[in-house]
Structure formats: C-alpha cells, structure tokens
Design a protein around this ligand. Structure first.
Ligand SMILES: C[S@@+](CC[C@H](N)C(=O)[O-])C[C@H]1O[C@@H](n2cnc3c(N)ncnc32)[C@H](O)[C@@H]1O
Length: 243
C-alpha cells in the first residue's frame, strides 16, 4: 500500500469521524463491537497500562479502562482522535501511525489494535514498535479482517462501492491486506513474540438484517470453535518474553 493509500485512509476517517459512532450505536453495532472487544479483553491484563493502536473514537479504550488501569490511544486521523478525547477525557490520545510509535521502550504492559492491521502499510515495522514499547511479559492482542473465501470479494465490492459512491463508513478502496494464520504466526514470531495464538472470530456481521444477526450471534460461539472457516476476523494474541 503506497503513502497515497495511507493519506486516503486518514482523510476518509477524518471525514467520517462525526458519524463513525452511529455505526456502533445501534443494537447490532454494540453487540458486534462488544464481541470483538471481549476477545481482546480476555488476552490482556486486567487493569493494565494499555496502548490502543488505531484507537478511532476510543471505543476499546473506554471498555478497557472500565476494569481499572490506564488507556492511551493513537490514530492517524485527527478527527477520530478528537472524538476519542471527548469520549475518555482522562486518557491520552495522540495522532500518529502504528509504524512509528512516539513512546519510549517498555512503556506499556498491554497493546491492542481493533480492525486496523489490514490498513497498515508496513506490518513488520508496526510489530517491531509494539514489541519495543511493551514491557517484558507484556501482552498484545490484535484483531482484523482475515483472508477467507468469504472476505475475498470485499476489495472488489469496495472498489465498486467507491465508483458508485455508496456512503458507508468503511466502504472504500484502501488496498487493505487480509491475513491468514500462517502470515500472522510468521509476522509475530519474526518480531520476537512468544505464546503466539492465532484464531478466527466473528460470524454475526453488523450489516446483516436483525433476525439473521440475532440468529448468527446465537451460533457464533459454535462457529468460532468448530467451524472457523465461516468466521471472518482473525485474532492474534502474544507476549513479549520476560527478560
Ligand atoms: C475501522 S477503524 C477502527 C477504529 C477502532 N479501533 C474501533 O474499533 O472502532 C480503523 C482506524 O484505524 C486507523 N488507522 C488506519 N491506519 C492506521 C495506522 N497506520 N496507524 C494508526 N491508525 C491507523 C484509522 O484512522 C481508523 O480510525
């Protein structure tokens, strides 16, 4: 993905910052985001010192600090960061990229990233930075759209959507990269993480109509465990080895 694509992502999120939350305000949006967040929460220390990369409007930071601890967010979009500051006035939010973190070594014991990694131009640089800013023994949990039969058509759909000007908070051609398990293991392993765990999650999609969404949430735990081929988000948790 070129620098131009990153600019396009930043401009897009600046433009949708005011309406982004409405996507997650209704029943399906809340259920979907809570489901994703729960996967991350289980892999992160409770009441820790969290950095959330690609924090958006601060949805995950808000959830994380409810159990105590501190939250810091970073995002390339100034508009999204402004919203996050309003949501969590006691937390620190900065504008910047996950590929070059403005924090000193061993600053956090938890790092999260929700629905961001597919956009990141240099994933190797981002994971090297995550490793650097984590304390030894600290945890990272990351979730993003994975490479699956079901997601393969999405980039073409985004391209068509953009051409015919469908207004949707994420409906744009950003040249995202969708990952499979092998790529994730290798990226985290090469970055020096231990206890790398990769799994699939999400079956109920926010854009499903209500009765189907409700049904999908009921079978979601079964799908995630027994039929992961049908889940479309890839989730990774890992640790920075203790000294
Ligand atoms: C789909 S939104 C997810 C926001 C938030 N994590 C959430 O769960 O609601 C993607 C976010 O990633 C941010 N982003 C994209 N590329 C980034 C990068 N390289 N570094 C930091 N943030 C990035 C965007 O500006 C946007 O706010």
């Amino acid at each position: 993905m070129s620098g131009t694509k990153t600019d396009k992502i930043r401009k897009h999120y600046d433009t949708v910052a005011d309406t982004y939350d409405s996507h997650y305000d209704h029943h399906r949006g809340k259920t979907y985001h809570t489901h994703l967040s729960n996967h991350l929460m289980k892999a992160l220390p409770e009441g820790g010192n969290l950095l959330d990369i690609g924090c958006g409007t601060g949805l995950f930071v808000e959830k994380y600090i409810k159990n105590g601890g501190t939250g810091t967010g970073l995002d390339i979009s100034e508009g999204m960061v402004a919203k996050a500051r309003r949501r969590c006035p006691d937390c620190e939010f900065l504008v910047g990229t996950g590929e070059k973190l403005p924090f000193s070594d061993s600053s956090f014991n938890a790092v999260s990233s929700v629905l961001v990694f597919s956009y990141v131009r240099d994933p190797v640089a981002m994971l090297a930075e995550v490793h650097r800013v984590l304390e030894p023994g600290g945890s990272v949990a990351l979730l993003t759209l994975g490479k699956k039969l079901i997601t393969r058509g999405i980039p073409s759909l985004y391209k068509i959507g953009e051409k015919i000007k469908i207004k949707h908070v994420v409906m744009k051609d950003f040249g995202e990269h969708y990952y499979n398990e092998k790529e994730m293991y290798s990226l985290f392993d090469n970055a020096g993480f231990s206890d790398v765990n990769v799994k699939w999650c999400s079956f109920a999609h926010i854009d499903m109509i209500d009765p189907i969404f409700t049904l999908a949430t009921k079978v979601e735990p079964f799908v995630e465990k027994k039929v992961p081929q049908l889940a479309y988000n890839i989730f990774v948790s890992a640790k920075k080895t203790e000294d």
